[in-house]
Design a protein around this ligand. Sequence first.
Ligand SMILES: Nc1ncnc2c1ncn2[C@@H]1O[C@H](COP(=O)(O)OP(=O)(O)OP(=O)(O)O)[C@@H](O)[C@H]1O
Ligand SMILES: [Mg+2]
Length: 349
Amino acid sequence: MKVFNLNWFKKLIFWDREDDALLGPAPIASRPVRATSPYGTSIWSVGGGKGGVGKSLVASNLALALSRQGKKVLLVDADLGAANLHTFLGIDGGKGALSSFLKDEISDIGSLISKTPFPNLDLVSGAKDSLDVADVKNAHIMRLREALKKVEYDYAVLDIGPGTSSNLLDMFLMGNEGIILSTPEPTTIENNYRFLKCLYLRQIKSIADSQEDGVLNSMLQKIFSDKWSQRVKTVSDIMEQLSMLDFDQGRMLREDLSATSISMIMNQTKREEDARMGPSIQRACADYFGMDIGYLGSVGYEDCVSESIRTRRPLVMHYSASAAARSLEACLGKLMNRANKNQPVTIQF
Ligand SMILES: Nc1ncnc2c1ncn2[C@@H]1O[C@H](COP(=O)(O)OP(=O)(O)OP(=O)(O)O)[C@@H](O)[C@H]1O
Ligand SMILES: [Mg+2]
């Protein structure tokens, strides 16, 4: 049975005029490098293009599962529009909120860290009142990235709100590991392809802006000029054209793009073919983005998931025997293997 329509996918990843906005100045104008924390904190961002698909569920339970393995974990609610991560842990909002750091009311992120009842797991809550992520200044996003590099944890897990605005993409790109949540529904898949496409464009622009000599930026301008632009239809085309113009720049760009390694979890699967969509999407991303998207596995739709949220008793702790909790633990295992393979190539002090 055909579970995946490639023609539809091709159409979706083609270049849109509206994508040009993402090629505006990027805030994170420093060359991305892996694991830039002197403490060695690994930053995991959980996000995606669609709301209500399980991002907070997965972020909170991955963080809790890591802490139960003895890792020191900081869970950060970076969903400013609908901060609710504390509820997934069954606790109140915490002593401060990330929004006050991003609004420049508080300068030390450490003062926003609350202990949770769970050993090894601390929390930075999101926004007390919702804050529009579009209103966050670029400089403050950069400050958050710098602050996260300095926290003394083994892992910082970020729950990012849904969407493809440049601020959201920049927050997602703070991660060494980026985890995209999907469901088998076409609307989620469509939004996630758009998310991936925008993510790569944003990343390319950040890397170009970080260069002092501006070589990559002039190459980008060239390939988007009239003569070349007809050949640029997909993200892969951009990479190909860049490599044709300057092989070394193309290779450097590919290396830098892997600073955030991206994986996907297929959540709320109800039948076997739902789970099979994961590997199909992975293959299509390799063909049309030329990128290795890791597939971490699927988590089935189960009543105990919503029950765990309703009763404020975290899934991996109180429903650990459920298929959903075991699938999440399996995804965590794969993610850790992947993260270990992607060990830091550069350490900045
Ligand atoms: N595997 C699952 N089985 C059953 N229900 C699920 C599953 N995963 C998520 N849900 C349901 O989906 C709801 C939304 O989950 P969650 O809040 O984690 O999504 P989200 O992507 O963070 O949403 P938002 O974009 O609004 O922040 C949960 O309240 C839960 O009831
Ligand atoms: Mg959420």
